[in-house]
Ligand binder design. Structure first.
Ligand code: SAM
Length: 249
């Protein structure tokens, strides 16, 4: 039966590979991977010799078409990315969408995901959060994106490149206020794993003072804005709110 598996792989520690992922990758007819050379290392470690094919989001429709064709022939295809869960700031959306539209079964093999691991251990509220992925690289666009999030009361979660982390923390401090709590989660599951929680201003200084903190892979988490109390509503909003409340059954 044709199946498209979406398989999570480790984010730095090979021991985090789940047994079901190994089994699925060994038994698939084809594995679509972001970077086939990178995935070859994972394959050798787990004795997987399934053929690999390159697949990126900017892959032309031909690649997607080739994978869909394999499914049409009744084959089993697995999608992996360089690390973690495919489709989470990684390629795959178009393929999953098209496979589903054609009626194929799409089955996830759950496993590592950098932002989930970071959020689970950061010490910031995790009941409600917004995963924002990568901010725009250009300062103007980055600031605009941050401004849109300034009033959000949910914990904000970002991926960031190491060479941008100090500037991004500065920009966050300006837009959200230097007192807002944030966490840098670096090299999660690897030898130099580091979690550091501090107000944004302090966190930016801490990162700038130690160049090691500007290396490796990074998740940034920012506490949400303080929830505004009703008494802080402006008088007009409060008047309308009272009128509306009176109408409630
Ligand atoms: N699909 C992946 C996942 O499930 O997390 C994310 C892919 S995204 C292209 C890569 C980014 O994820 C890195 O730039 C970094 O922000 C974050 N990341 C990946 N591995 C990480 C790790 N071990 N520790 C901290 N952040 C990590």
């Amino acid at each position: 039966q044709a199946l498209l598996y979406i398989v999570a792989t480790p984010i730095g520690n090979l021991a985090d590979m789940v047994p079901r992922a190994v089994e699925v990758l060994q038994c698939a007819d084809l594995v679509a991977a972001e970077d086939t050379r990178h995935s070859q290392r994972l394959f050798s470690h787990f004795n997987i010799d399934t053929p690999l094919m390159a697949y990126h989001d900017h892959s032309d429709d031909k690649r997607t078409g080739q994978i869909l064709q394999r499914l049409e022939q009744g084959q089993t295809v697995a999608l992996i990315s360089d690390a973690g869960t495919p489709l989470i700031s990684d390629p795959g959306y178009r393929l999953v969408r098209e496979a589903r539209e054609r009626g194929f079964r799409v089955v996830p093999i759950p496993g590592p995901c950098a932002f989930v691991a970071a959020l689970s251990a950061a010490g910031l509220p995790s009941d409600r959060f917004s995963f924002e992925g990568f901010l725009p690289a250009k300062p103007g666009q980055r600031e605009r994106a941050l401004r849109e999030l300034a009033g959000d009361t949910r914990t904000l979660v970002f991926y960031e490149a190491p060479h941008r982390v100090a500037d991004t923390l500065d920009a966050m401090g300006l837009v959200f206020g230097g007192e807002r709590e944030a966490v840098i989660a670096r090299e999660v599951s690897k030898a130099f794993e580091t979690f550091h929680l501090a107000p944004l201003k302090e966190l930016a200084e801490w990162v700038r003072a130690d160049s090691n903190q500007q290396r490796g892979e990074i998740v940034l988490l920012v506490r949400g804005a303080e929830r505004r109390r009703d008494s802080e509503l402006n008088p007009e909003a409060e008047r309308i709110m009272k009128l509306l409340l009176a109408e409630l059954p």
